[in-house]
Every structure is written in C-alpha cells, then in structure tokens.
Design a binder for this molecule. Structure first.
Ligand code: SF4
Length: 318
C-alpha cells in the first residue's frame, strides 16, 4: 500500500531533526536545502510507484504541509541555537544516544539527553499527534509513554543513573512531561525481554510467519501489509471500526459522465458499489469480470456505497 503523504512529511521533519542533532545541518541555508532535498527524494520515489504517483507534489497532497514545514523549521532553529550555546560553554546535551540492556536484547536511540542542574532529561521529538485523539482527558498516547519509560530503563541499564524527567516535544513546540517511577520502567523492560524470548522460541520452533499476525482494528488500520495479510482478511469485520477494504468480483462497471468509473463488486452475499474511480489509477479495470481488491475506500453516505480517496489502492487478483 502507499505510504501516506503525512507519513512522508513526518519522515522529512524527523530527518531534519536527525541532521541537526548530528551537526550536519548548521544554519538556515542548510536547513532549507535539506528540506527541499528530502522532499525531492520522496517525490522521486513516489513518481516511480504506481500506487503513489498521483500523490505528487507533496505540497498539494499533504494536509497542513506549510504549517508542518514552518513548525519543523522552528524546532530546528531552537536546536541550532541550543547547540551553538553548548559548543561555547560546557557540553550539556547529547543527541541520538544509543542505549541498551546489558544482555543486548533491547536497545533504542534517544533523540536527546540533557544534563540539567537537577538531573538528566530524556527528550523525544514527535512529528505527529502526541495526545490520544480518542481519550477524554487529552492524555499522551500510551505507546509514547511506554517508549519513554523504556528509554529511561535503558538509560539506567547503560549508565547506572536514572533520568529525572521524560519529555515529549511536538512540532508545535508543545512539551509533555511523562510521569514515571523506576519500577514500572524496569517492568516494561522485562516485559519486552520476555516478549523477545517468546518470539525467538516461536521462530525456532518452525512456525509460519503468518502465525504471528494478531489482527486488531487499531493495529491493522495503519498497516501497509494489509492487502497480503491472510489473517487480517479472515478476521476483519465489515463494520466501520475496521478499514474500508473489500475484495470480490467486479459484476458491473460504468463510465460516468465525468470520465470516472463506478463499479459493483460482489463477494458471496455481500455487494458494494464504488464510485469516482480514476481509470488511470486502476488500469486493470479495463478487463471484464475481474477479481479485485480495494483498500482505503471512503465511506459514502449510503450503506454499502464507497468512493475513491487519495489513499485508495486497487489490486487485480485475477
Ligand atoms: S494487517 Fe496483518 S500484519 Fe498488518 S497489523 Fe494486521 S494482522 Fe498484523
């Protein structure tokens, strides 16, 4: 499936932060150059991919492109200022710091570690939403909290000292302090280790890779392997919580007045209608009675009716 334009913009923003941390991005000029260079590389890759070429240019197909670009530049400017101050005084921070457990089973790279007067701060920069959209109290996403707590445990295992603060910073410069205690950090690390051991045991026991798949609405929604994941297709339900994907045989096809296609796809007793399909994105639709799969459809106002979205992907299964 295609990588979403927002994800590509996020990768670009993170790349700029990485280059800043590593000292390769030094000033305003190199910041602008790096941004344009990264975007150009992404667009080149997209142009060569039939699933993504309609999403070029990123500036027109990514929501809030300009805002995210400005936010990234603002964070880079702050980091550049801080690094300049540090190089003139005593070094008070480290970036891209690798930390790991003593047995080397679990490791991770921390964006930034600051040595403040009251102790060590572990800082991670996020290019996407930090808070959980579905939570009532605007709390930080559970997975980000766990990530930082694991970093704290890893830092302790690597250096024998606990950090005093875990901080997440968003592109909009918003800061979130993650409360933590040592015991929960070590418990998370131990959980990760036993998960690692369990998986290794399953792999050596000769299980098939598909046996490891554990479909869920939350996990599968953003998974690019969905079209090929048998477990997903056998476990998914047709309700709105699951991605709007459908596989079946095209039993009707019509070219609409605007040149777009409308098709009816049937699978057993289920039948759906998809409208607004651009013929150039699905060249296989010129054949008749094709077995097809469509992922990331948009739900129309009427039940069993769907429409194309920029992220819709179609495959011929015949
Ligand atoms: S689609 Fe398959 S591989 Fe992807 S998250 Fe779901 S179960 Fe895992």
């Amino acid at each position: 499936m295609p990588v979403s334009p927002s994800a590509r913009l996020g990768m670009t923003a993170h790349k700029l932060l990485e280059l800043t941390f590593s000292g390769q991005l030094k000033d305003e000029e190199s910041m602008l150059y790096c941004w344009e260079n990264e975007i150009r590389n992404h667009e080149l890759e997209m142009r060569n991919n039939i699933l993504e070429k309609h999403l070029v240019p990123l500036s027109l197909n990514t929501s809030n492109y300009k805002v995210k670009q400005i936010m990234t530049f603002n964070i880079v400017r702050i980091l550049l200022r801080e690094f300049n101050i540090q190089t003139k005084k005593v070094r008070k921070a480290e970036s891209e710091l690798w930390v790991q457990t003593k047995d080397e089973k679990i490791g991770g790279k921390i964006d930034s570690v600051k040595y403040a007067d009251d102790g060590i701060y572990i800082i991670d920069y996020k290019t996407g939403a930090i808070t959980d959209y579905f939570s009532n109290d605007n709390s930080v996403k559970e997975e980000y909290q766990e990530q930082l707590k694991i970093y704290a445990g890893l830092y302790y295992e690597s250096h024998g000292v606990w950090p005093v603060k875990l901080i997440l910073i968003g592109l909009d410069k918003s800061e979130y302090n993650i409360p933590f205690n040592h015991e929960e950090c070590l418990n998370l690390l131990n959980d990760a280790k036993s998960h690692f051991d369990k998986l290794n045991k399953l792999i050596t026991s000769g299980l098939d890779s598909t046996d490891f798949a554990a479909p869920s609405q939350a996990a599968c929604r953003y998974c690019v392997y969905r079209p090929a994941c048998k477990k997903y297709w056998t476990n998914r339900e047709g309700n709105e919580q699951w991605p709007a994907d459908f596989a079946g045989v095209v039993v009707e096809k019509k070219v609409l007045g605007n040149g777009l296609l409308k098709i009816v796809v049937e699978n057993g007793e289920k039948k759906i209608t998809i409208r607004g399909l651009s013929p150039e994105r699905y060249p296989f639709l010129t054949n008749n009675m094709q077995e097809v799969m469509f992922c990331n459809l948009g739900r129309d106002t009427v039940q069993s009716y769907f429409k194309e979205t920029p992220m819709t992907t179609g495959y011929s299964l015949s």
